[in-house]
Design a protein around this ligand. Structure first.
Ligand SMILES: *Cc1c(COP(=O)(O)O)cnc(C)c1O
Length: 354
């Protein structure tokens, strides 16, 4: 907070790069081995929109492939089967999106490598596949072992680029995101949320030869009046500074403690529910044993979730208000908080029958 206040006093935006913008860009390049160059933008929506424009320019193709239940921001072509917001209100797509645009997007079930290979083989050829490497906008749905590896191999065999949307997972599951956690490399990576430390910053990065397609070096237009502004970049830089190995170890330990506490509470209350977790990201799905894709996730018992949510509010615990949103633990959640959440869950789960 102090760093942000100090930098704000010296000017909030200059329409030109400032040193802290370069610091933040270098931090991103250091953290992700697949990123040689990075462009800062102001929202995750813009990051993915730009990644797709780069991929289309690089391949000379138009069609993109996404996964059912994954959210990639609210640009037209990506508001197709886009997870949490739409899932909660049972609106499959958005009004106001021309079919000429949504027709350029093919949708495949998450964790379905065969379905993905079939979509890749369809006409016209695909420019890119965009994916949340750890799906977190349909509730947390981790990738099955070797799914992402297979996806990268198939995409590259077909001449398509791989865009990892790490807006949630980047700097959250590891400093280098899901790519570090699973030992993978995407062609283009989108970042947001954590990298702004609570203020509006997002980024798209990747190999130099792809990023050099962006204006002013290349023919792919991209711009943003407030992109890389010093206030937001300072918040991001100062937040990421706190994220060393110790932080990720602590987040994993607390995530594991919360998961096992919740599983005990579910068992004791005799409820049918499962917990899906990667690091500090977690979802309790009611009424199902697991969810590997959106079809399985959407079989969850949202009625029970709603009653659990309201019981938890009465206990003073404000959960994400949808079955299809992830819980995010932060470093501010100490061991005592985890215990308090588990105790509240124990009482809330028991109260569901009455
Ligand atoms: C939040 C989110 C976005 C969109 O980011 P905004 O900053 O809200 O535009 C894109 N992709 C994923 C995976 C997200 O969770």
């Amino acid at each position: 907070m102090l760093a942000v206040a100090n930098v704000a006093r010296r000017g909030t935006g200059f329409g030109a790069p400032t040193p802290v913008e370069i610091d933040l860009a270098e931090t991103v390049v250091d953290a992700f081995s697949s990123i040689e160059k990075v462009r800062l933008v102001t929202s995750g929506t813009e990051a993915v929109m730009t990644a797709i424009r780069i991929a289309r320019a690089a391949t000379g193709r138009s069609r993109i492939i996404k996964f059912n239940g994954c959210y990639h921001g609210h640009s037209d072509g990506l508001l197709v089967r886009a997870g949490s917001g739409a899932a909660t209100f049972a609106v499959p797509d958005s009004a106001g999106v021309p079919t000429a645009i949504s027709e350029c997007t093919s949708v495949v079930e998450y964790n379905d490598l065969e379905g993905f290979a079939a979509a890749l083989g369809a006409d016209p050829p695909a420019a890119a596949v965009v994916i949340e490497p750890i799906a977190a906008n349909m509730g947390v749905v981790p990738p099955q072992p070797s799914f992402l590896e297979g996806l990268i191999r198939h995409a590259h065999d077909a001449g398509a680029l791989v865009i990892f949307d790490e807006v949630i997972s980047g700097f959250r599951v590891a400093r280098g995101g899901a790519q570090e956690l699973y030992g993978l490399a995407a062609d283009l990576t989108c970042l947001g949320k954590i990298i702004g430390g609570g203020l509006p910053v997002a980024a798209v990065g990747g190999r130099a030869e792809l990023m050099d397609l962006l204006a002013p070096l290349g023919p792919v237009y991209q711009a943003g009046t407030l992109a890389g502004n010093p206030i937001a970049c300072t918040a991001g830089r100062e937040t990421i500074r706190l994220l060393g190995d110790d932080a990720y170890r602590a987040l994993e330990e607390r995530g594991a403690a919360l998961e096992s506490g919740l599983l005990d509470a579910i068992r004791e209350a005799g409820k049918k529910a499962c917990v899906q977790r990667v690091g500090s990201l977690l979802t309790v799905f009611f009424g199902i044993e697991s969810a590997r894709d959106f079809l399985e996730a959407s079989a969850a018992d949202t009625e029970s979730f709603g009653r659990f949510f309201r019981a938890m509010i009465d206990e003073g615990i404000n959960l994400p208000p949808s079955q299809y949103e992830a819980w995010f633990l932060s470093l501010a959640h100490g061991e005592a908080d985890i215990e308090a959440i588990v105790e509240a869950a124990r009482r809330s789960l028991r109260s569901l029958d009455s």
